[in-house]
Write a new protein. Structure first.
Length: 227
């Protein structure tokens, strides 16, 4: 579990760096992407039992949502891996790949923003595990006022993330209404990372509370005691 959590933390950090292309530059961006692919493969290997459990048990709404998000993340990562290798000028430059650059560029643009959103949603759907871990470490001794402060802080980050998401017009990139990313190279690197962290927080916030609501709906109702 510690290994899984460590890998997930590294993947989250690398995801933020991958989105901040104007901060890292092209060559470092490629090396981060290659590292992300390796961690993704390790992540799947460590969770291989999940694939075997797909044919077992019932499928309430929450499980359907998690399964759909997981396979969407897998698809997005495969698209990013393929397009990234085709476009590579450093890490995979020696591979005998000819042509397909234009298609790969469009795939990489849309796939990067879809992947960012989907992986953030994936994190949010498992956020309850992280909260449970912190509760276990604190032995449940978290003051109620602090809990509400953290909730308000999370809500504030989510609102700021929504504003950043709208201002960056990311929906246009996701649906290829705009086929070229317009990046601000004059903006502070810290601010760029903070904005993407807030956007990630928005998806985590939304998916976490949606999963909580669906979890309550999916719980079987207790039978009324016989009179």
């Amino acid at each position: 579990m510690k290994l899984k959590m460590g890998i997930d933390f590294l993947m989250t950090a690398l995801l933020l760096l991958l989105m901040a292309y104007q901060v890292t530059g092209e060559s470092f961006h490629e090396y981060i992407g290659a590292g992300m692919l390796i961690l993704f493969l390790i992540h799947n290997f460590l969770n291989v039992r999940w694939y075997g459990s797909l044919v077992k048990g019932k499928y309430p709404v929450l499980r359907i949502l998690r399964t759909a998000v997981n396979f969407s993340c897998l698809a997005a990562m495969l698209i990013q891996a393929y397009s990234g290798i085709v476009l590579s000028r450093y890490v995979f430059a020696t591979l005998p790949i000819n042509g397909g650059m234009a298609t790969a560029r469009v795939m990489h643009l849309a796939g990067s923003y879809w992947g960012f959103a989907l992986m953030s949603i994936h994190l949010g759907l498992h956020w309850g595990m992280i909260i449970g871990m912190f509760r276990k470490l604190s032995r449940g001794n978290i003051p109620t006022p602090l809990v509400w402060v953290l909730r308000l802080l999370a809500a504030g980050i989510a609102v700021y993330g929504a504003v950043c998401f709208y201002q960056a017009d990311i929906v246009s990139y996701m649906f290829l209404k705009v086929e070229f990313a317009f990046l601000d190279y004059e903006k502070s690197g810290i601010l760029i990372l903070a904005e993407y962290l807030a956007m990630m927080g928005m998806w985590v916030f939304l998916s976490y509370y949606i999963s909580k609501a669906l979890g309550k709906v999916s719980k079987p109702k207790r039978r009324e005691k016989a009179a």
